[in-house]
Design a protein around this ligand. Structure first.
Ligand code: BGC
Length: 817
């Protein structure tokens, strides 16, 4: 990378790291071998993402980077001549007009609903506009960059310009594919787009959204200076083939009737053909896998194979192991991902032996009848390959009797329905010429860890505190003064733009500073300093919210979002540019825990630099539906892939002493519609086998310092107010020893006309969730009333002391005593 005098040293170094790693997150979906280009030449460049290239999505995960390299800019800098400037200019004008109309529509809808436009429009997707502009440019190649954005606060829609392509996009893409010998369709998107009408186009690159150096990373790959080696972390299929079994996006209650049949578990079990299956991805070269060697030691299965680069360019292959678990009392999806490994860079002709490790106990399913997680008797068919639809059976594991893996609690409620299952599932054929290995049921048993850590010193510390002080400890820090309080983005005076912090009101106890993620560290890009200290310049909200900021927003949200410092005159202005890294889905597409760990280290270094203790990331709710507006932040439709990658990010961040992650949002937070108060109705099996499993992997493998419960209810109980979730599953069953906090319950943001009211502080604390965020005086009065026996919830001093001691434990661990 050329030296950039305007960059701070950490910025330059971190941009270089992201640029170098990013190609591993890109997925080449189709290729006819005409790319990469050998040298920069003349190119006809089209599409919404060519000039307005997206680094990530919107909302609390939007990172303030100094600069985002766009595709047009990076290609020009690399020496390309772009012949379509006129088209790009005209598209800009079209887009600007469409944006104004869109914002007007949101304002009208908000007025009808009686909420500030900024709340109504948060994360709303503006569909790409239709047009009939001619494709006039010439060149040695054509590139069409299709982009889609989404974000926190709203879900996506199955409509043209969002999940579906517009007529203009289909027309232009097909015409370019027909007209140019070399044509590349580039997808600068955060989630699945229905590619049905263009799926046969010869070259398709899922660029994804790769953080600040996205344009440069793309240009490296276009010119063959780097190569894509990502694989899909979610199934890509036409919108109407996702099955539509379960409900999605209901404001009050959403029934997850599809049970465990999510993503490829559904497609494979019903025999539906996706466009691009889970695990799929090409490169600029080809690979061959050698014969598999399978070894079993207790519950540890190892599948070895030699991977050889059989093509003419360097590359990396991802080897994937799937297992078909036999159906017995429980129905089972056709197969599940059980392990994976990625090669190093292999030169043409070079080979590498990979060993994929599988812990068979991870394949256990929850059996509601016995309250256990079990592996049932039968033949377990092991497959090895390079995508969920490109595998060979390599071994059979025989289990003679049902094995109990864990005895678990009857927890998390009942949704009131029985899960759907396919009426005629695809049969698993077990070939009779495979090696057969015997599984010993005794080796599969696991014991609960229990929350082993003693809190005696912390309990002695809190025993000396007054009720008032205890009540502050279980809430995020907030300012008081008249009606005002501080929340999102302004809670921290110490690190401006941090999302919150623990209390500053207990003498002798440090305060933990928290900043958002997951696509890097979210801080205010700019802040002012006057005689009273640092303060935000304007409301510290993501840039796209500002478009809808109006007087009503200032009235309703002004103080709480930090606009109350507007009248202060800075004596100096300072910057806090952070490095935007690839979005969660793109990190998962690397299928490379080492890469995820390096990105975690990078964020950990920036946390140290800016003085942040807890990063509110990684986020990895499952991709249950492609419509979820926050899928781009999340990792995958598969809990093993998501869990392994999130564990690696966690290790990276936490390799820095005093820095911790906050894994979020636990659990079943799979839609944005009425996100504060929607009730996810989901079976205990789907919860344990899918929605909790990724979090469990991170807790057991990587010991995250903190965890954030989700806004939604699970089977009628808010996640934060669920004793079953906080105390029983997380602490007793998983042995979780870190801090548990809520998502940001901001009064004024929730709709109150719906069935389920927002979570409140006293029942949350009582349920073992020790930090109600971001905190307000009203929340504290609720806690004190509960302590006085006056509220609906009764809180004893001993209960409050225990929760406060847990906060103290986290503070001492990260910020010292
Ligand atoms: C989001 C969280 C975020 C928090 C703090 C909430 O609205 O759901 O993901 O960490 O705000 O900004």
């Amino acid at each position: 990378m050329e030296s950039r005098p305007d960059l701070a040293p950490h910025e330059a170094a971190h941009l270089a790291v992201v640029r170098q790693l990013a190609p591993q997150c890109m997925v080449l979906l189709r290729s006819d071998g005409t790319f990469p280009l050998s040298a920069p030449g003349t190119v006809a460049l089209y599409g919404s993402g060519a000039r307005r290239t997206l680094k990530g999505g919107t909302g609390s995960g939007d990172v303030n980077s100094r600069h985002v390299s766009t595709i047009e800019e990076a290609m020009t800098a690399a020496g390309f001549t772009i012949t379509t400037t006129e088209w790009l200019d005209a598209y800009d004008a079209l887009h600007a007009r469409a944006r104004e109309e869109f914002l007007d529509r949101l304002r009208t809808e908000a007025a009808q609903e009686g909420v500030p436009a900024v709340i109504h429009g948060m994360g709303a997707v503006m569909p790409e506009p239709e047009h009939d502009m001619p494709l006039s440019g010439e060149g040695e190649a054509a590139v069409y960059v299709l982009s889609r954005v989404s974000g926190e606060g709203n879900d996506r829609r199955a409509q043209p310009g969002d999940v579906l392509l517009t007529d203009a996009e289909v027309r232009d893409i097909l015409e370019l594919d027909a007209r140019f010998e070399r044509f590349l369709l580039v997808l600068n998107v955060g989630g699945v787009v229905d590619l049905g009408p263009v799926a046969h186009v010869r070259n398709i690159l899922l660029l994804s959204q790769l953080g600040a150096p996205v344009g440069e990373a793309f240009t490296d790959v276009l010119l063959g200076r780097a190569y894509p080696s990502g694989r899909l972390s979610t199934t890509w299929a036409p919108w109407d083939s996702y099955g539509g079994v379960g409900e999605f996006g209901h404001p009050d209650d959403t029934r997850y009737t599809e049970g465990v049949y999510v993503g490829y578990r559904y497609f494979d079990s019903v025999g539906a053909q996706p466009l691009f299956p889970f695990g799929h991805g090409l490169g600029y070269t080809t690979f061959a896998l050698g014969a598999a060697e399978v070894a079993l030691d207790g519950s540890a299965l190892t599948v070895r194979t030699e991977v050889t680069n059989t093509g003419a360019r360097p590359g990396r292959e991802v080897v994937q192991v799937y297992v078909s678990v036999p159906a017995g009392r429980l129905d089972q999806p056709f197969q599940v991902l059980a392990g994976f490994a990625k090669t190093d860079e292999l030169a043409p002709g070079a080979s590498q032996e990979l060993a994929v490790a599988v812990d068979l106990a991870d394949l256990a399913s929850f059996d509601a009848a016995s309250g256990q997680t079990v592996l049932e008797a039968g033949d377990y068919l092991v497959r090895l390959g390079t995508s969920s639809r490109d595998t060979d059976p390599v071994a059979v594991l025989e289990l003679d009797e049902r094995a109990v893996v864990r005895v678990v609690h009857d927890a998390l409620g009942d949704p009131g329905f029985t899960d759907w299952m396919p009426t005629s599932p695809v049969a698993v054929e077990v070939p009779d010429d495979l090696p057969r290995l015997r599984l010993d049921p005794g080796c599969l048993r696991r014991r609960d860890d229990g929350e082993a850590v003693e809190l005696s010193e912390e309990l002695s510390f809190v025993a000396e505190l007054s009720d008032e002080e205890l009540s502050y400890l279980v809430l995020g820090d907030y300012r008081t003064g008249g009606e005002s309080q501080s929340i999102v983005g302004a809670a921290s005076q110490t690190v401006v733009g941090a999302a919150g912090q623990t209390t500053t009101r207990v003498p002798g106890l440090a305060s933990l500073i928290m900043a958002d993620g997951p696509a890097g560290l979210r801080l205010a890009a700019e802040y002012g300093v006057d005689d009273d200290g640092a303060f935000p310049l304007g409301p510290s909200v993501p840039a796209d919210f500002l478009e809808l900021w109006d007087e009503e927003a200032s009235e309703v949200l002004g103080d709480i979002i930090g606009a109350d410092s507007q009248d202060r005159a800075p004596t100096s202005i300072h910057h806090q540019w952070a490095t935007a890294i690839p979005i969660g889905t793109a990190i998962a597409q690397s299928w490379n825990p080492d890469l995820a760990e390096r990105l975690g280290e990078l964020v950990g270094a920036e946390m140290e630099h800016f003085g942040v203790h807890l990063w509110l990331a990684p986020a990895f709710n499952l991709h249950r539906s492609i419509l979820c507006g926050r899928n781009f932040e999340y990792l995958s439709e598969d809990p093993l892939l998501a869990g392994r990658l999130a564990a690696a990010i966690t290790r990276g961040v936490q390799s820095r002493p005093g820095r911790g992650v906050t894994i979020k949002h636990v659990a079943a937070n799979n839609q944005e519609t009425n996100r504060l108060n929607s009730n996810s109705l989901v079976s205990r099996r789907a919860l344990r086998d899918l929605y909790l499993r990724g979090f469990e992997i991170v807790v057991r493998e990587a010991g995250p310092h903190a965890l954030m419960t989700s806004y939604n209810l699970i089977n009628g109980v808010h996640a934060s107010e669920s004793h079953d979730l906080n105390e029983v599953v997380l602490r007793q069953e998983w042995g979780y020893q870190g801090l548990i906090m809520t998502d940001w319950v901001v009064h004024g943001m929730a709709r109150h006309d719906l069935t389920h009211p927002p979570a409140t502080a006293a029942p949350t604390v009582k349920a073992g969730n020790e930090l109600f965020m971001p905190g307000s005086e009203a929340d504290r009065q609720g806690v004190l009333a509960a302590l006085d026996g006056q509220g609906e919830t009764v809180l004893t001093r001993a209960e409050l002391e225990l929760q406060a001691a847990r906060v103290v434990r986290a503070v001492w661990r990260l910020a010292g005593r």
